[in-house]
Ligand binder design. Structure first.
Ligand code: ATP
Ligand code: MG
Length: 239
């Protein structure tokens, strides 16, 4: 791990009219780290992703990526710098094949179609969808579409990937596979922030967990620390 953080967030707030969805949030993510982001429904997890990836303009605060201020950047610029994401509600291109969907990501750094195609195939293989390359996205299951989004994000060659509930709706075996996929992403040196309600998917693999409640960060620690934190138990985990 490099000493300088990959991502440094400081005093980040995001308000929608009167509603404060993110409130004075600060944290760092280091190169190659797996960071879980948990908290109750409506706590502001997806909003935070939208701010990090340039989809929302923060109301206050700063976001630095590799030491560079990227507060209020665009999604295109965030992707070019190395921040990739998936969407809580999958956003694949339904009328395109799996391969074409991933090529959209690969085109960010591979201007030639042939190169983009081979990069896309690599990532489809990586997420276990090599055999589905020619399937229409609309014909894939939601679980496959989620993996397809991960492949499309990876094809942009990110340094940080933001995964928004990729384990939702998966069975136990699939959750284990999804956890292993995140670990294999980490082995490539890519950091991830994972929003997840499926605790058995994230607790075993996360280096650190951040907890949001009502838009504010209420805890930041190892999975063991988080699991025993009375504030986290009261707000989210329960007994
Ligand atoms: N574009 C928007 N306009 C207005 N309010 C919004 C917008 N996006 C999110 N919100 C509100 O901000 C709050 C945080 O929502 P967010 O989607 O970030 O929560 P979340 O932690 O991702 O929840 P979940 O676990 O249900 O996905 C909610 O009250 C939500 O209604
Ligand atoms: Mg969400």
């Amino acid at each position: 791990m490099n000493a300088a953080p990959l991502l440094a967030v400081d005093g980040l707030s995001k308000a929608f009219q009167g509603l404060v969805a993110n409130r004075d949030i600060g944290f760092t993510v280091h190169h190659g780290e797996i960071v879980g982001l948990i908290g109750p429904n409506g706590a502001g997890k997806t909003t935070l992703f939208n701010c990090l990836a340039g989809f929302h303009q923060p109301t206050a605060g700063h976001i630095a990526f590799e030491g560079r201020d990227i507060t209020g950047t665009t999604p295109e610029r965030a992707a070019a710098l190395g921040i990739a994401r998936t969407f809580q509600i999958v956003r694949v291109f339904h009328s395109m094949t799996a391969l074409e969907n991933v090529m959209v990501g690969a085109m960010l750094r591979n201007k030639g179609v042939a190169h983009a195609r081979s990069r896309a195939l690599e990532e489809l293989e990586f997420v276990g969808l090599g055999h589905r390359a020619e399937a229409l996205a609309s014909e894939m299951t939601v679980s496959e579409q989620k993996r397809l989004e991960v492949a499309r994000a990876l094809a942009t060659d990110p340094k940080l990937i933001l995964l928004d509930e990729v384990m939702a709706g998966l069975n136990q075996t699939e959750v284990r596979e999804a956890s292993q996929l995140v670990v294999r992403i980490q082995e490539r040196g890519i950091a991830s922030i994972i929003v997840e309600h499926v605790m058995e998917g994230i607790m075993p693999i996360a280096d650190r967990i951040l907890v949001l409640d009502y838009g504010a960060k209420i805890a930041d620690g190892t999975p063991e620390q988080i699991a025993e934190d009375p504030a986290v138990i009261a707000a989210y985990l329960g007994e």
